[in-house]
Design a protein around this ligand. Structure first.
Ligand code: ADP
Length: 204
């Protein structure tokens, strides 16, 4: 059994998963694992993972599950038992990833699992990304171009909304309002993470 808590942040692109994940890392000392960040840095550094992922990321489509799952297992090996918690931002993103992650959670003896959905309407999320794009000239995310954002939003509806529905059916989803300032949203997230008695998927 491990005392490491696992937090999963779910929500459409632009819903604030990255921002809230960073705040949790800073304030609780959790590790923040953003699969998108890992892939973008692998692409920048031309690693083997980067070469495999590049075409998918730049098109706004999903990288194959197997690639993501091996990356996640590797990080879990490095981190479980060594830190109080791990935040997953951008994972699991498909139902097969969620099902496979269930096995990983069992294997590592994780007892505390918090699954948080950040709810934000499509339009507001798109505006946030446009704002990020406009204010980050020079270090533009390749996948923040308008047409790629449209593709990412569609992938979210098709592949990731079913993951949210899955956790809701299991009764472990905490659904939070994602609108408001980063501090306001963080107040809600902190409450959810600090809440006692998290249900755990490790139970049969
Ligand atoms: P966002 O949630 O804002 O779209 P991310 O930074 O989480 O952005 O992801 C960026 C891109 O990285 C995705 O569009 C996809 O190509 C790839 N990616 C990230 N996480 C996963 C994952 N779990 N499975 C497959 N592809 C992923």
């Amino acid at each position: 059994m491990s005392e490491t808590t696992v937090v999963i942040l779910l929500g459409r692109p632009g819903s604030g998963k990255g921002t809230q994940g960073e705040l949790l890392r800073e304030q609780l000392g959790y590790a923040h694992i953003s699969t998108g960040e890992i892939l973008r840095s692998a692409i920048r550094e031309h690693t083997e993972l980067g070469l495999k992922a590049q075409g998918f990321v730049e098109a706004g489509s999903l990288v194959p599950d197997a690639l993501i799952l091996s990356l996640i297992s590797e990080r879990m090996h490095q981190l479980v038992g060594r830190i109080p918690g791990i935040i997953f931002d951008g994972f699991p993103r498909t139902l097969p990833q969620a099902v496979a992650f269930q096995e990983v959670i069992l294997k590592f003896g994780i007892r505390q699992l918090v699954v948080i959905e950040l709810r934000l309407p499509h339009q507001v999320a798109s505006e946030r990304i446009q704002y990020r794009e406009a204010s980050n000239v020079g270090q533009l995310r390749l996948d923040d171009r308008d047409e790629v954002v449209v593709a990412r939003m569609a992938v979210f509806e098709r592949e990731t909304q079913p993951v949210i529905d899955h956790y809701e059916r299991l009764g472990v989803l905490v659904s939070l309002e994602g609108a408001g300032s980063r501090e306001e949203v963080f107040g809600r997230v902190k409450l959810a993470v600090g809440a006692q008695d998290h249900q755990c998927l490790a139970k049969p």
